[in-house]
Ligand binder design. Structure first.
Ligand SMILES: [Fe+2]
Length: 263
């Protein structure tokens, strides 16, 4: 898929992002956010999310921005990575236009103290393509929109961006806030967190997005997925949220094990 065919889907790359209230679809966004928050308030069940999906041609890029909207965002092929034991690698998803290199390594949270929104804790493991091998010292390079649906510009402002390193058992954990939905020129995206999984040397092995169960904009309701650019239809990446105390605040907790594809 050429870049020109992607143009109507994502807004041009910009430094100063407009507030979601400035976009033309403001009424729809506000309504969708109310729906999302009321769904959260309902306290959707307890979770345990296995990793999964499939395919995912791993991008071999580095951190220096070579993954942005281009061939990496043209999702091609599906579900090729299931072995005889049912082990399925995590599917890839679009990088999108808001990745910024140089996010700092974070110990606990990718949100600064005082970040507005529902506190979120995500925990899980990063495993090799056999679904067993713990990947120690790998990095989750994370970026997301704020509660208001805004991305930080990067550079000196790395708000809601950060790298989390896996421990000796391949485990990771990070805190943040639930991301808000945002509107692009073509429509509304479901709430999501972007992630690029990196080797200890910093090489990008897989870029994907995690979503949240119950979001009404997933799958065919996501214009970006309908366009074949994003992949929000894979429910293996739809995290189930449970009520929890997150750093002494009422929030949500979820689990997600990611399985990297074979190199
Ligand atoms: Fe995004």
């Amino acid at each position: 898929m050429s870049n020109s065919s992607l143009t109507p889907v994502y807004r041009p790359r910009i430094v100063s992002l407009p507030r979601v209230t400035d976009v033309a679809t403001r009424p729809a966004v506000e309504r969708s956010r109310r729906e999302f928050l009321s769904w959260l308030a309902a306290g959707t069940a307890v979770a345990a999310v296995g990793a999964v999906g499939c395919t995912a041609a791993a991008s071999g890029g580095t951190e220096e921005g070579d993954e942005l909207l281009g061939s990496d965002d043209a999702l091609t092929g599906t579900d090729a990575g299931v072995d005889a034991g049912g082990c399925r690698v995590t599917t890839r998803d679009a990088t999108g236009p808001y990745y910024e290199p140089g996010a700092p390594i974070r110990a606990v949270s990718i949100a600064e103290p005082g970040e507005k929104g529902v506190p979120l804790l995500v925990e899980g493991r990063l495993l090799g393509p056999d679904c067993r091998t713990a990947l120690k010292g790998y990095t989750l390079d994370l970026w997301q929109a704020s509660d208001a649906g805004e991305y930080s510009p990067g550079g000196s402002d790395m708000r809601l961006r950060g790298k989390i390193v896996t421990d000796q058992f391949g485990r990771y954990s990070f805190e943040s806030v639930l991301p808000g939905r945002y509107a692009d020129a073509a429509g509304i995206r479901p709430a999501h967190i972007h992630v690029t999984f990196r080797s200890p040397a910093g090489n990008a092995l897989l870029t994907s997005q995690i979503y949240f169960q119950g979001d009404p904009y997933l799958g065919k309701e996501d214009y970006c997925t309908r366009a074949g650019v994003c992949n929000s239809a894979d429910d293996a990446r739809h995290l189930l949220l449970q009520n929890a105390i997150v750093s002494k605040r009422v929030g949500k907790r979820s689990f997600f094990d990611a399985i990297l594809p074979r190199a």
